[in-house]
Design a protein around this ligand. Sequence first.
Ligand code: F6R
Length: 613
Amino acid sequence: MCGIVGYTGKEQAAPILLDGLSRLEYRGYDSAGVAVCPEGGGSLCVHKAKGRLKVLCDLLDGGAAVKGTVGVGHTRWATHGAPSDENSHPQVSRSGKIAVVHNGIIENYGELKDFLQGQGVPFTSETDTEVVAQLVEYFQRDGADLLTAVGRCLRRIEGAYALGIVSADAPGQLIAARKDSPLILGYGEGCSFLASDVTAILRFTRRVSYMDDGEVAVLTEEGIACYDHLMQPVEKEICRVDWEIDAAEKGGYEHFMFKEIMEQPEALRRAVFPRIREGEVFLEDFTLPEEYLRSMRSIHIVACGSSYHVGVVGKYHLEQMLRLPVEVTLASEFRYMDPIVDQRTLVIVISQSGETLDSMAALREARRRGAKILSIVNVAGSSIARESDQVLYTWAGPEIAVATTKAYSTQLAVLNLLGLHMSRVLGSMAAEERRAVLEDFRTLPEKLEKVLANRDGVQYYASQYFNRESVFYIGRNVDYALGLEGSLKLKEISYVHSEAYASGELKHGTISLIEPGTLVVALGTCLRLFDKAMSNILEVRTRGGDVLALTTESRAADMAKNANGVIAIPDAHPMLLPLLGVAPLQLFAYYAALMRGCDIDRPRNLAKSVTVE
Ligand code: F6R
């Protein structure tokens, strides 16, 4: 949620911190701040500002106004305390000597605040984070050094945290600590970094290590020392990040979301092509034994948001391919619901960021019950990837826009490939059928390019309907699943109220909401149910609703007889149609949001990578 960056080295810290924050703004954007240890000692320079990062950048003249070579920075997505200068991070201790940036929630902050206030410590913010700064200072009252005091503090706090801490009394030093919230260490030449997300430091170094839960690190310009929860030294594995720096830039596009929609054909090529060899699926480093796959009794998919919607499509596809029961559950529900999961259940966790807290908690719950965990993840080295028995990466490249697009399509492609792979092992699908899907996978990126090239049509429909008050997405089978995603895209970035329903459910209540002026997006890519889709469209039209339909080129003319407008996608194997069908829905949401003047890459109240409950 919030973004964290830290630097210690020989360069001026503030411009580096602001540059890092500019790449993290998508993680939270209600306020920002930096704390820098001044050259030659003295009090910390702390600057914070409510609003977008630009306010802080202007205040600090791009960083030139603050001198010092060690510091931390933060962009905030408020949890405790409304967005304000006081509640922005860094939070500082009473003396002003310790500054803390934090992502996560300190759950026992109330109790700790009471304790500290009882000791005469005054508080100036409503945040949970301020207790960390005050507590570290409190634990230094006997002269303890910064690391020791941080260690004492960590033993007292409960909850989730990624912390970056600097002290005016420990110049040159930066302390990092992590529990249930991502934190990355970066290794430069004569400098060290910390960041909540690798994109923040990619311009400066590609050598990183991923902190594990309970670890604390001391960063100096000479290097990084890492310790476990018992303060025993830990040797960290240093990995090289091969993401292109350009991939995290807008590259001439007005919005990251649009750029990422347009990148989907290429992302699919990366995710799919290396995994098809000699007409069969080849999954790299796939270590789940075939005997285990044969012993599986069920599959349970857990995820949040759009990744959950991928799981809903996956349920239809995997059941068809494997003839095994497949459940799909929201991770936030799964973790508290006493799920029926054991050694013979494969739990599939789907997550772009690999850091979503609910998905992580669901993973751990499933593991506790003996299930094997396979995750489909985009961000290499992320927590979910590291805690899984098997990871399949989507290789979509960095996704910056808050509304996911290329992650959705690559997750779905990888889930299909996984199903095809397992179907071979289980012998549950005819080899010719599997080959037919794989054959069509080869032409998928080109077909998607065609869909994207025809975006003017979608833009036209968006111009007709962008100001509707309510939009319903209806469909059956995978079209229902697709509707869930289309509806989420529209509401999250354009703030138009929208809902998705299984078409068959309309008559069980929802149809009472259809009136003249209501827009219904009717999804009709599941061609074996085409006639049913046509009947449902007529039911809507009869009640005065307008229907924008989506179907394949071969059925577009038929569909046009009943709908007000039709968007056509190329014909393909039924299993691949959702991958083509989602793009016009993403574009429709994008253009509608654009016409409504919304801040597309930074939708209100949202942030990417939800690392709090
Ligand atoms: C919507 C969106 C979110 C994410 C959800 C899960 O456009 O991006 O609904 O899909 O927060 O995030 P990950 O996939 O990172 O676990």
